[in-house]
Design a protein around this ligand. Structure first.
Ligand SMILES: O=C(CO)[C@H](O)[C@H](O)COP(=O)(O)O
Length: 221
């Protein structure tokens, strides 16, 4: 099952609702919202108010990626704003298990994000609590960066860990995902593909989204 999660970081912020509706009509599975605080990453984007504003715009799950320090401070607000999935960076959470429990206590799906340099071993004692693992294939902070191919074996290792334990945790990949790079991620075991510039940077968004989905599907045949 292949899921496509357009990242609104590359959308036109002046017409965000229309952009979200367009990718929903085009068959997107999740709306990926990149929350950046200017501390954990050097960029600033959306807060809970943006999630709240987008909630009535779409029926799709809102996949909220927190690239922030001290996420525990804001998880309740993002949950109340309408997030369906909240992912937090392992690198930002000294008490990762507690943070995951906090997300789940709000009835929201929980995920952990790994930066390109972070080994999957950090998931060892928490993976059973996770709905999603998000593997970054760029250093977080900006859209439009080049795919870091060295990360692909980490997708394979994570997929093997999930399979060995009989879990159904989703593996999402984020960063530089295009028609050209999605195949190797799919073959490695990823099932959810975040794409920002490869969708919103294109004139024909439905064709771009379908192109990524087709390339992932073809890789699995
Ligand atoms: O988390 C992210 C960056 O930190 C993003 O989701 C990223 O914006 C994806 O964009 P692109 O597909 O253009 O690489």
């Amino acid at each position: 099952m292949i899921k496509i999660a357009p990242s609104i970081l590359s959308a036109d912020f002046a017409k965000l609702a229309e952009e979200v509706k367009e990718v929903e009509r085009a068959g997107a599975d999740y709306i990926h919202i990149d929350v950046m605080d200017g501390h954990f990453v050097p960029n600033i984007t959306f807060g809970p108010l943006a999630v709240r504003a987008l909630r009535p715009v779409t029926e799709l799950p809102l996949d909220v990626h927190l690239m922030i320090e001290n996420p525990d401070r804001y998880i309740p607000e993002f949950a109340e704003a309408g997030a369906d999935i909240i992912t937090v960076h392992a690198e930002a959470c000294p008490h990762l298990h507690r943070t995951v429990q906090l997300i789940r206590s709000h009835g929201v799906k929980a995920g952990v994000v790994l930066n390109p340099h972070t080994p999957p071993d950090v998931l060892d004692y928490v993976i059973g609590e996770l709905d999603m693992v998000l593997i970054m294939t760029v250093n977080p902070g900006f859209g439009g960066q080049s795919f870091i191919r060295e990360v692909v074996p980490k997708i394979e290792r994570t997929a093997a860990m999930i399979k060995e334990r009989g879990l159904d945790t989703e593996i999402e990949v984020d960063g530089g995902v295009t028609e050209d790079t999605v195949a190797e991620c799919a073959r490695a075991g990823a099932t959810v593909f975040v794409a920002g510039s490869a969708i919103f940077g294109k004139e024909d968004r439905p064709a771009a989204l379908q192109g990524i989905r087709n390339a992932a599907a073809a890789a699995l045949q």
